[in-house]
Design a protein around this ligand. Structure first.
Ligand SMILES: Nc1nc2c(ncn2[C@@H]2O[C@H](COP(=O)(O)OP(=O)(O)OP(=O)(O)O)[C@@H](O)[C@H]2O)c(=O)[nH]1
Ligand SMILES: [Mg+2]
Length: 183
């Protein structure tokens, strides 16, 4: 769940635990570890790995998240669309092994969201483009990409609307779980 220099916060069947970090081992958020009762652990194979800096040619790359199924590249329709940033994040997502989806938020603040989609389409080949207005909780267009058991990561500039999308997606899940719980 969280990686510090000296320790990892992990979630086990018995609840949260803290494991000592090993210097040479690049564990990251989303990794699955096989853990023994005495605190030993081993890193399990990954299905995907998001890495910062992989395609920009910098010498030191930094793992961001592992085992992600879908990367939501989030941008706001309330400001000019950051096309180059979206292209960069799409590259990062494709290289990770996860499936990218472009999410254009704040449709309520844009006169013609469909025109914005048409303009962006040539810059996002192979990635679905989804328009949302998450402030009023309307993220229905994301339902095909946020099925139960799917792990999502959201990338995008500060203020793009990532947390608002997460809250809109998580709200109904929390209510469903609550109803199922037994006394
Ligand atoms: N009108 C409108 N406002 C929105 C929408 N989505 C988000 N906002 C507003 O935009 C602001 C930024 O949204 P956040 O969800 O906090 O953005 P963020 O991407 O999580 O930003 P950081 O956490 O700083 O990276 C907040 O004031 C939201 O209420 C939307 O669909 N429509
Ligand atoms: Mg946020």
């Amino acid at each position: 769940m969280r990686v510090d220099r000296s320790a990892y916060d992990v979630l086990t069947e018995d609840g949260p635990a803290r494991l000592p970090a090993l210097p040479a081992c690049e564990v990251t958020v989303g990794d699955w570890l096989a853990v023994t009762d005495d605190g030993g652990w081993a890193l399990l194979p990954r299905t995907s790995l998001l890495v910062r800096g992989a395609s920009s040619g910098v010498s030191r790359t930094q793992p961001l998240a592992a085992n992600v199924d879908v990367v939501l590249v989030v941008a706001s329709l309330s400001v000019p669309i950051p096309v180059r940033r979206i292209e960069r994040l799409l590259t990062l997502a494709w290289e990770s092994g996860a499936a990218p989806v472009v999410v254009l938020t704040k449709a309520d603040l844009h006169a013609d969201p469909e025109a914005a989609v048409r303009d962006l389409e040539p810059h996002a080949p192979g990635a679905p483009l989804v328009v949302t207005s998450a402030a009023d909780g309307d993220v229905a267009a994301l339902a095909p990409y946020a099925r139960p058991g799917t792990t999502l990561v959201l990338l995008g500039a500060s203020g793009a609307g990532k947390s608002t999308v997460v809250n809109a997606l998580a709200g109904p899940c929390r209510r469903r779980r609550g109803r199922r719980r037994r006394p």
